[in-house]
Design a binder for this molecule. Sequence first.
Ligand SMILES: [Zn+2]
Length: 179
Amino acid sequence: MYSNTQPVNVLKFCPRCGSANFPATGSRSFKCGDCSFNFFVNSSAAVAVLLFNEKGELLFTRRAIQPHFGKLDLPGGFIDPGETAEQAAMREIQEELGIKIHSLKYFCSYPNEYVFSGFSVYTLDLAFLAKTESLHQMTAMDDISSFEFYKPKDVDLEELPSVSMKNIIKELIDREGTY
Ligand SMILES: [Zn+2]
């Protein structure tokens, strides 16, 4: 019923008291039989930033970390607790590319599931259109090895392993001329 990377097949012990009496109460919820701790697995919120150059080409990054090492990605990352999505987008772009962005505009969101260290990780990826005056001052840092520009319709979707990133690019193509 569940793959062997899903939470009900991976999480065996209560994270609060360490008890092995830690039954699943649903597909993504648990309740400890000893200390009554309730544990829920939810989607983590993440951001992807859509930055176009003057030729209408979109900025992609090359991943320098697992999962999907060496594959294409959109710049962005997880939203920290207490942050807004816009703050996370600005922070991630500063960390990955060393530039400032502005005029963020929500575009769309897509869910994603990927396996990391044998565990299914669920995210909701929020895509924002953004602007910058510093595209030519970018430096690849943090968890990316380089950056590349492609028109959305020209990018090889096989090079984008994440389902949510594929869907964001498809929506960019479908809504071309309206954003
Ligand atoms: Zn417990």
